[in-house]
Each structure stands twice: as C-alpha cells, then as structure tokens.
Design a protein around this ligand. Structure first.
Ligand SMILES: [Zn+2]
Length: 121
C-alpha cells in the first residue's frame, strides 16, 4: 500500500467517527509520518534501537485541559512504515490503521492504555 492510499484510509477512519467526537477533533491535528523519531519512541518508554510505534498521541487530553485557550493543538501521528511492514495484506493494513487511529484518538479523549487493552485497542 502506498502512502497516498494509506492517507486515504486514515481520512476514512476519521470521517467515520460519530459527530460528537468529530467536533472535538478540530483541536487535534492528525499527521502521517514515515517513521517515529527516536525521541518519540523514547517518550513512551520504548527503546528506539529495538522498538517502533504505529501511532503516537502528543498533547493534553481533553479532560485535563481546563482552560485550553492558547495551547497548541494536540497532535496524533500515524506512522506509515511500521504499520505497512507489520502487515501481510492491504486488508490487514486497513484494519491496523483503524485500530491505531482509534487508539490514539482515545488517548486524546483521556482514555489510558490499560482500558484500551481491555477493549482490544
Ligand atoms: Zn496507547
């Protein structure tokens, strides 16, 4: 799957969000990068020499924002290469993109990894 198609799938997932969520997404920028930086991998406690990331949420989760006036928009990164490399077929890539995008959006809404694990995300 090339990056153009990958980007299209990410947009599809974003457009499929319930309107209630979609309204808040104006505060989050969703970007697609080839690979996470070493610093981004370290930021979640992983080892850049050994680990990679499919996606990353950076920012202040909505429930913790309080008066958010003047804060930068949050950033959700989706990483093209790690996802494509980990999947055997376009269908698998599509499913992994969906899970990754929803996982990172959940962080934006203040849901932590423990709960996401329980729910299979
Ligand atoms: Zn997570």
């Amino acid at each position: 799957m090339d990056r153009k198609e990958f980007t299209r799938v990410v947009r599809e997932v974003l457009q499929s969000l319930p309107e209630e969520f979609a309204a808040h997404m104006a505060h989050a920028e969703v970007v697609i990068d080839d690979d996470p930086s070493a610093e981004q991998i370290r930021s979640v406690g992983l080892d850049p020499g050994r680990d990679t990331l499919f996606g990353l949420y950076e920012g202040v989760p909505l429930p913790e924002r309080g008066d958010a006036a003047g804060t930068l928009p949050d950033k959700i990164s989706i990483f093209y290469r790690p996802i494509v490399d980990a999947c055997a077929s376009p269908a698998e890539i599509r499913e992994e993109i969906r899970i990754t995008v929803l996982h990172e959006i959940a962080h934006f809404f203040g849901i932590d990894d423990g709960d996401l694990d329980d729910w299979g995300y």
